[in-house]
Design a protein around this ligand. Structure first.
Ligand code: MRU
Length: 365
C-alpha cells in the first residue's frame, strides 16, 4: 500500500541484508516512522510492545526474529531458546507459532553455519505468501461486496472491528483487503470503523489506512454498532481473526463477539477474513481452547493522544484505584459467523466448510 505515493510493506529486509525495517505502529496515526530490528531481543520487544501487531504480521516478524537470533547463536540450544522467547511474546494469534514451527522445522536438519541465511530466506517466503494470500482474500471478498452492492442498488456500508488491514499483515490486510479491491474496482463501499478500545486500533490504524487509500469511512464508538444495525445502516460486517479453529470458531479482538451477536439479531451477514496460517487445525472449541491474552491495565486506565494545540499527552481516564481487567481477544462461535473468507475462497464457518477448501487437512478415517 502507498503512503504519500510511496509503496510500503509493514516489514521488509534492510539494505544490509541482515536486519529488517518495520513501520512503528505505536506512532500512528500521527507519525509515520520506520524502526530497524537487528537482534532477537529487538524483534521480540517489537511484538510484545505492539510496534508491530496483527496476527499475520507478528508471524512474519517472529520468523525474521529467528533469523536475527541465529546470527548470534545458531546451535540447537540457541534455536530452541529463540523459539521459546518469540513464542512467549503474544499467546493468542496462532500465526506466530505457525511461522516459528515452519522456520524451525526447516532449519533443524541444517548445519548451524547455514541456519541464519536459510531462516532469513524462509521468513521472506512467508512474507511473500502472506501478500499473495491477502490479495486473494481481497479478490474473493470483493465479489461478495459487489454482489451486495448490486442487490442493494447502491453504496453498501461495511462494519469492521480493530485493524485487519495492511498494517496487520505484510500488505493488503485480511478484513480490509476485500474493501480495497472492491473500492479500486469501483464498487461503492463505505466503512464503519469501530474505535476498538482499549488500544484504539480502529480509530488510529484502520482510519489511517482508509484515509491514505481514499476509502469513505466513519469512525464510531465501539458501542454504536448494534444501534446502526437495528436501523438498517450496516449491510455486512467483516473482521479479521487471530485464530480460527478447525470447526470455524473465530477468535479476534475483544468486542468482536458482541458485534456478531448484534449482527445475528439483525440478520446482518457477519464474515471473518483470514489466511490459512490463522487456522488452528488442532482445536475445535475456541471458547474452551484458545488462550486469551491479558494485557496491561494501563491500556484501559490511560489514553495517549495528540493535544489540540500540538504535542502529545497521556491521560488517566479511570477512577484511580479501581481494579481493571483487560482481555485482548474474544471468541465468536462458528454458529454466529456467516462465512470465512480465505485465500482459497469463501466457505461456511464449519469443519466441513473448511475441509472443503483445505481437503489435505482431512484426517485419515
Ligand atoms: O492486538 P492486535 O492489534 O494484534 O489485534 C489484531 C486483531 O485482532 C486483528 O483483527 C487480527 O489480528 C486479524 S488481522 C489480519
Amino acid at each position: 500500500m502507498k503512503i504519500d505515493g510511496t509503496p510500503y510493506r509493514t516489514i521488509f529486509p534492510d539494505a544490509d541484508g541482515v536486519s529488517v525495517q518495520v513501520i512503528d505502529q505505536t506512532r500512528l496515526p500521527f507519525a509515520f516512522e520506520l524502526k530497524r530490528l537487528a537482534t532477537l531481543d529487538e524483534a521480540a520487544d517489537a511484538i510484545r510492545t505492539m510496534v508491530v501487531r496483527g496476527a499475520p504480521l507478528i508471524g512474519v516478524t517472529a520468523a525474521y526474529g529467528l533469523a536475527l537470533a541465529l546470527r548470534a547463536d545458531a546451535s540447537d540450544a540457541g534455536l530452541d531458546q529463540a523459539v521459546a522467547t518469540l513464542t512467549a511474546t503474544r499467546p493468542t494469534a496462532i500465526n506466530l507459532r505457525w511461522a516459528l514451527d515452519r522456520v524451525a522445522a526447516h532449519l533443524r536438519p541444517l548445519p548451524p553455519g547455514q541456519r541464519a541465511a536459510h531462516a532469513y530466506a524462509e521468513a521472506g517466503r512467508i512474507a511473500e505468501e502472506d501478500v499473495a494470500s491477502c490479495r486473494a482474500i481481497g479478490e474473493h471478498g470483493a465479489r461478495l461486496l459487489a454482489e451486495l452492492a448490486q442487490a442493494k442498488g447502491g453504496r453498501i456500508n461495511v462494519l469492521t472491528h480493530c485493524n485487519a488491514g495492511w498494517l496487520a499483515t505484510v500488505d493488503w490486510g485480511t478484513a480490509l483487503a476485500p474493501i480495497y479491491v472492491a473500492h479500486d474496482a469501483g464498487v461503492p463501499v463505505h466503512v464503519f470503523v469501530d474505535e476498538t478500545r482499549p488500544r484504539n486500533q480502529g480509530a488510529a490504524l484502520t482510519a489511517f489506512e482508509l484515509n491514505a487509500h481514499g476509502v469513505p469511512h466513519t469512525v464510531i464508538a465501539d458501542n454504536a454498532g448494534g444501534h446502526l444495525m437495528q436501523h438498517g445502516e450496516i449491510d455486512a460486517c467483516i473482521v479479521g481473526s487471530d485464530r480460527t479453529t478447525a470447526s470455524g470458531d473465530v477468535c479476534n479482538k475483544i468486542g468482536t463477539y458482541l458485534k456478531a451477536l448484534a449482527a445475528r439479531d439483525n440478520a446482518v451477514p457477519f464474515y471473518a477474513a483470514l489466511p490459512f496460517s490463522t487456522i488452528d487445525w488442532t482445536l475445535d472449541d475456541g471458547v474452551a481452547g484458545i488462550p486469551i491474552e491479558e494485557r496491561a491495565a494501563r491500556e484501559v486506565t490511560h489514553l495517549t493522544g495528540r493535544l489540540d494545540g500540538g504535542g502529545f499527552a497521556t491521560i488517566q481516564v479511570v477512577s484511580p484505584g479501581s481494579p481493571v481487567a483487560n482481555p485482548a481477544f474474544d471468541v465468536t462461535p462458528a454458529r454466529l459467523v456467516t462465512g470465512l473468507i480465505t485465500e482459497r475462497g469463501v466457505c461456511p464457518a464449519s469443519a466441513e466448510g473448511l475441509l472443503a477448501l483445505y481437503p489435505e487437512r482431512r484426517r485419515a478415517a
